[in-house]
Design a protein around this ligand. Sequence first.
Ligand code: ATP
Ligand code: MG
Length: 722
Amino acid sequence: GQASAPDYLTGLNPEQREAVETVDGPVLVLAGAGTGKTRVLTTRIAHILATNRAYPSQILAVTFTNKAAREMKERIGHLVGGAVEGMPWLGTFHSIGVKLLRRHAELVGLSSDFTILDTDDVVRLIKQIIQAEGLDDKRWPAKQFAQMIDGWKNKGLDPAQIPEGDARAFANGKGRELYAAYQARLKTLNACDFGDLLLHPIRMFKANPDVLKEYHQRFKYVLVDEYQDTNTAQYMWLRLLAQRPQGVPQNVCCVGDDDQSIYGWRGAEVDNILRFEKDFPGAKVIKLERNYRSTEHILGAAGYLIAHNEGRLGKTLFTDRVDPNDEKVVVHAAWDSEEEARAVGEEIEQLQRNQHPLNNMAILVRASFQMREFEDRFVTLGLNYRVIGGPRFYERMEIRDAMAYFRLICQPADDLAFERIVNTPKRGLGDTTIRALHDYARARDIPMLAAASDIIETDELKPKARKALFDVVMMFRRWGELLENTPHTELAEQVLEESGYTDMWKNDKSAEAPGRLDNLKELVRSMEAFESLRGFLEHVSLVMDVEQNENMDAVSIMTLHSAKGLEFETVFLPGWEEGLFPHQRALDEGGRSGLEEERRLAYVGITRAKRRCHIWFVSNRRIHGLWQSTMPSRFLDELPTTHVEVAEAETSYGGYGRNPYGQSRFDKQEPFQNNYTTPGWKRAQANKTDATRDNWGNRSGHSVERIGYGESGPKARTIDGE
Ligand code: ATP
Ligand code: MG
């Protein structure tokens, strides 16, 4: 009974408790954000341990990130009192895969000290294989093939299993052959790629039923968090480990939320949720509907938004936490991203003055280039921040490369910068040349760029290398001459073009390349605020000097994708504009399902907030060097006015001098896809007084039933009946 239940159970609601206590047999917890799915998993493990059903080493638990695994371990310790000595099988699919593979490497033809190749290694290897086949690797780029292989591996496909059409699509029908050759090459190198960390164990288990049986005996309980984002290979792996012969209970518990499936572009299959009941007959499906995280307004906004998706299992969410003092979700407009960052910074400082720790605040962006503006602003303000799930803006590879060019122009003695970019993009200046150059510079005690300038006059280098180096030296001479008299942003653009650096990424077929190009554009844009290239470089070194310390009180900045599973008191969601969010690429490549995945991402964003959620959009962004008017995200139209308000004109940093909402956006609007009749957030704005609208610099006097999206009111159209 309740009275005698251990502490860790008493706080749970009946459904959560059922999910925790149903330890025998398959369980699927399907529930919306913040309903305690992760908490159920953690408590379930604590319960299994506390009731001596299994040792820590007999529990297999999969989390989405390593950080989540560490946190879970810690919390289990709290729940059962005292440290849990080792949970060796708690981790991500990959970390558990490595562990399995190290133990049984020989069963798949590797030895246990195999190396794991990173993406660069993989591409280099594939390029060799393509060339060895006598194919032109310009026509058939290695990067592209690497991505195809990754896609096949996500689906759990060996060379023999890939669809005929896929095999034909690459290298005149040699796709299958090349894939097989790649796998063979990996084996000789005693190496594997990320996909193999899952596929090898699958192969190994299939070929060695006795080994699989051993693990069936070991893993008495299997648990998976963020189940909606598992891909096919992960699902196969899981099913192998969790399924038991008939009559033996399959103690597997998966928790997930179809509305938070945001990795479709990486091969995740929401359908795994539907397959669960088929593959694990008799599964108990538990729904959690009470949300413990967020206010009524935050839930209302998120729920209303996600209802615009068609492909949903459908869930309800409610909260008991209804407090008249709760703030609505607030939508803010800003002139441009600089003002957006300034406004968010002010808001954060305001909260800080009211004793809110920075640790409780997060900025969640759609694209990593958006971080730059916030990082710069926070450095100016002296506000601590940390970037989660990736490098800080100025630490990104492409930014460092570009900065190395700029540094070397301003400071020709910067050898580190020289070495970084002398052969980036590839110019045929290999290690031998660099070493010769290095020795030459050392012997004469001069910088490497100066040495290069000298050495090309000699015959120390082979003609090809000499010519390549000559070109580099000439480029830097030319840029050096331009330094004083050319506007620095122009020079920066010129450098990135003429060096071939931009082209290098334009020709790159990897998934990250477009994001890197965006970051480079943002870099050039960010220089505008400075007088000179030197001034800018100084600024960046100051930004980079700000320490990043785990324990300091700091605002978190991360992408929406990295925010999964996390929660914060206050969440800022900037950049809600068409083309950025929903992202144009997702729309172009994914059509309707791309849009729905973007909307799920918006749902994830809003539901990270416990108490405060502030959404921003700007009316101007600089795209391809030109200022362009942007349109507010369609997702803003999909928020309910009952839970959302539009911020009053924020004149302290406002003063736009014109209506920040820019032009009418109704031409492009899609019809609603659901049954809701309340028009979106625009109604709230329409109902505001003219006085408010005057603060936006809008002409007063036109009807408040209309929305003055255009600069002149009369052009605006009514919201209803459109
Ligand atoms: P997401 O879908 O975002 O991953 P989730 O379903 O995993 O969310 P949790 O992170 O487990 O939700 O829980 C959300 C918050 O609610 C946490 O702060 C958690 O401690 C709290 N919580 C969950 N269940 C309860 C409960 N029964 N009583 C009090 N607080 C709870
Ligand atoms: Mg969770």
